[in-house]
Design a protein around this ligand. Structure first.
Ligand code: NAP
Length: 310
């Protein structure tokens, strides 16, 4: 191994990345992390995390990410708050480019996560992480006895709407057409719930708010452009996620939706390249499961380096 070749580069800095950083640092692999410009990932958009074991009072998303960073840096993780533009996985050592600089590494752990897709309509940016969320498991409990709007017609929207009935007094689910991608069982469960009203041919045109937060939305019927106002104090957008894999330029195998695939434990289709967190997780998408996968990827990576290179 040349002096300028790192043992491991971690790309991405959510709970998966920092946990991988903590474990590889404690294994004396001197990991380097490219944390991205928005270090901390999706949890930076969450207000309070109440479902991560060990925090009886809950913890703010950004605060948790700061603590995870501090903890892994204490053991020697080197963090650079930069994005990775591209990688070359065709030869060894692998090449990673950040801000035009080239880095060489024997292994990579990809923890770049997935971005929720937002509607991008007027008034949304101001209410993100406040009245409007993309994660019912994270934020649903903040809307106890309130009226909530859910947007989407797939399994995620059905699941979020059904989950939110635990807290909300009423959940209105709006979908832009009358055909649903959701599986029948999940659609039926939502339709049958007394607190859920499903309204088809409705699209959010604009979010409404006052100084206290979200107050409602203007809904539009895409067939004739007619509009109506709905009053809600919480809204959940469930129109899908996109895994962040653009910088890989198709060098790793993915499923049909673009999520990376594990071939053996947490190893991707290229030996020496591992993946953890929402970039591979189509099912759970929780901070705790991402952290667990980050730990697994770090252990797999350490063993792979031991068996193959060191
Ligand atoms: P999805 O199946 O792709 O559904 C996305 C929904 O959002 C569609 O109804 C789509 O409408 C709507 N949509 C997209 N862009 C929109 C926009 N700009 N404005 C308004 N509506 C918009 O995504 P998903 O529900 O997140 O599910 C993703 C995958 O995960 C699926 O394979 C699903 O089965 C799986 N999943 C499984 C479970 C489970 O089994 N427990 C739970 C969640 C998700 P159109 O139909 O009109 O395009």
């Amino acid at each position: 191994m040349g002096d300028n070749v790192r043992n491991v580069i971690i790309i991405g800095s959510g709970p998966a990345g920092y946990t991988a950083g903590l474990y590889t640092a404690r294994a004396m692999l001197e990991p380097l992390m490219f944390a991205g410009y928005m270090s901390g990932g999706q949890l930076m958009l969450t207000s309070d995390i109440e479902n991560f074991p060990g925090y009886p009072e809950g913890i703010g998303g950004p605060e948790m990410m700061m603590q995870l960073r501090e903890q892994s840096e204490r053991f020697g993780l080197e963090v650079q708050d930069r994005n990775v533009e591209k990688v070359d996985l065709s030869t060894r050592p692998f090449k990673v480019w950040s801000e035009g600089e080239e880095y060489l590494t024997d292994s990579i752990i990809i923890c770049t996560g997935a971005e929720s897709i937002w509607l991008g309509v007027e008034g949304e940016d101001e209410q993100k992480g406040r009245g409007i969320s993309t994660c019912a498991t994270c934020d649903g409990a903040f809307f106890k006895d309130e009226e909530i709007l859910v947007v989407g017609g797939g399994d995620s929207a059905m699941e979020e709407a059904t989950f939110l009935t635990r807290f909300a007094s009423k959940v209105t689910l709006v979908h832009r057409r009358d055909v649903f991608r959701a599986s029948k069982v999940m659609y039926d469960r939502a339709v049958a719930h007394e607190k859920i009203e499903i309204r088809t041919f409705r699209q959010v045109k604009k979010w409404l708010s006052d100084e206290k937060g979200l107050t409602g939305a203007i809904l539009e019927d895409p067939r004739d452009g007619s509009q109506e106002e709905i009053s809600v104090t919480g809204a959940f957008i469930a129109i899908g996620h996109t895994p962040i894999t653009g910088f890989l330029e198709g060098q790793l195998e993915t499923d049909n939706e673009g999520y990376l695939i594990h071939k053996e434990h947490t190893m991707t289709s290229i030996p020496g390249v591992f993946a953890a967190g929402d970039v591979v997780d189509t099912r759970y998408k929780q901070a705790i499961t991402a952290a667990g996968l980050g730990c697994q990827a770090a252990i797999d990576c350490e063993r792979w380096l031991e068996e193959n290179l060191h």
